[in-house]
Design a protein around this ligand. Sequence first.
Ligand code: ADP
Ligand code: MG
Length: 283
Amino acid sequence: MTSDKMPTGTTGGTPQVLLAHHLKQLKLPTVLREYEKVARECARDGIDHPRYLLRLIELELIDRERRTVERRIRAARFPAVKSLDTFDFTAIPSLNKMLVLELARSEYILRRENVIALGNSGTGKTHVALALGLAACQKGFTVAFTTAASLVNQLMEARDERRLLKLQRELAAVKLLIVDELGYVPLSATGAELLFEVLSQRYERGSTIITSNLPFEDWTQVLASERLTGALLDRLTHHVSILTMNGDSYRLKQSAGRRSARRAEQNQATVSADPNTGEIPPT
Ligand code: ADP
Ligand code: MG
């Protein structure tokens, strides 16, 4: 007989087979995976049935929360997963560390406030935005990460394919929208209008993080309209934390560090560098 024709609970088979089937149907994969092992442990330690059940259910809950966070992280489409644990605050003294740590608690998202990170290239703006995005996912908020250029492209494409409203609804629904790199690419008039619409639909309904290499006074160059820029800044900065991230490029500093380390190595090394790459072959 086939179990999918029989009403639940009346199928034949050994209890283990049935249990596996029911637990799958109830979406309790951790209970299924762990029940025998935990039963052995509980029998060994003389733990009663309610506590056995409690242990199993707690395992399922912990696992479920982990799976949900992972799903949120995947849905956010981060280009890389970065956290504040790997961020060196001493490399960027202009950045208010206390403010960043406070933002990592994600409470600004409950207040629907925004964050704007401003500074020259390579100072860790994207890293901090990614870290705040990750923290938000871990705290239970839905997040979407995009760059300004890519967001505008998606919006234009959606408009051409007559699904702009759907995309706008999706973008309005996430609790935290991260728009990286506003300012690298000047936007067309239509692009700027579409971006403005998204940000203005989120105003006081959700949080937005924007990173830009341009100070506010230069945003007109990107949005190509003073009226639009004024209206946008008005909304964005009504409830905002501004992260000032001016300093030396971390990228440049790191590669300079690597170069000087390599030079030191070359001076000491007895092996000769590869003539094609100038690299010292690994020993
Ligand atoms: P930006 O977005 O400001 O141009 P990024 O965040 O992309 O800069 O940083 C460039 C690279 O340097 C990234 O790999 C980032 O992880 C790293 N980085 C930048 N600042 C720091 C920092 N203070 N501590 C650790 N890594 C950093
Ligand atoms: Mg960046």
